[in-house]
Design a protein around this ligand. Sequence first.
Ligand code: COA
Length: 262
Amino acid sequence: MDTSVENQTDIVVSREDGVLTIAFNRVAKKNAITVAMYQAMADGLAEAAADTSIRVVLIRGDAQIFSAGNDLADFARNPPRGDDPPVFQFLRGMAKASKPIVAAVSGAAVGIGTTMLLHCDLVYAGANARFSLPFTQLGLCPEAASSLLLPQLAGYQRAAEKLLLGEAFDANEALAMGLVSRVLPAEEVNAFALAQAKKLAALPSASLRVTKALMKDANRSAVLARMDEEGAQFGKMLGAPEAREAFAAFMEKRAPNFAQFN
Ligand code: COA
């Protein structure tokens, strides 16, 4: 049975057969994530953790776009403040989740659109998926513990290429790096991921929980510590002239000029 609950217009949280789905619903802005959306996503994860009838979480966009990452305008207006802003609540919720998280990625997955996948258990990508980690291009540094998890997953050199240059890569490269579990035709990804999530939800939840904990626990405190370290650097860099120039350039639809900074 599908009992959809609309938390926020831009994030739709729904439940079906033990699966709680968090869906991006801001296609006109390429599913760029605002503070309000992070809060809705963090709340969705907390709801899934607390509700015994929910066994699996699914995160998805639509068939053309997963997420353009942080909403750069909203981010410049409302930078993360304090120890527990919504973006950290969301990321910590992902890192601490004891229930499996499945992701369905079609189209662009930029910045946190890619780094959140490092915290998912099953990641299905459409053949049209494009991943990118453009932190250096924005005068920023990695987040979501991606500076730890991506080298662990893909090896240092491959991770360094993606995190230092920030250039986009396709679904097959993401598969070769171990970032995704399987590549599918774009129009099949969301349905396939939901079917896989329902398969998981039909299995004994204690077995899922223990299996996931056995795979994840050894790294968990290092992941949370790295998120804090990255967050401190990211926060400082967000206010620096390089990031301001990069954000202004994006809004003004022009190339940034970093030559003016030492
Ligand atoms: N923040 C705020 N607005 C964004 C955005 C973002 N991250 N990504 C896209 N948008 C907005 C655009 O400003 C545009 O708004 P407008 O129609 O009012 O002009 C709209 O979404 C469509 O984006 P557009 O760039 O025209 O779409 P595209 O299909 O050509 O490209 C992307 C899609 C995702 C590749 C491209 O939008 C992009 O690179 N976005 C920035 C990604 C980014 O740097 N994220 C931050 C990571 S930390």
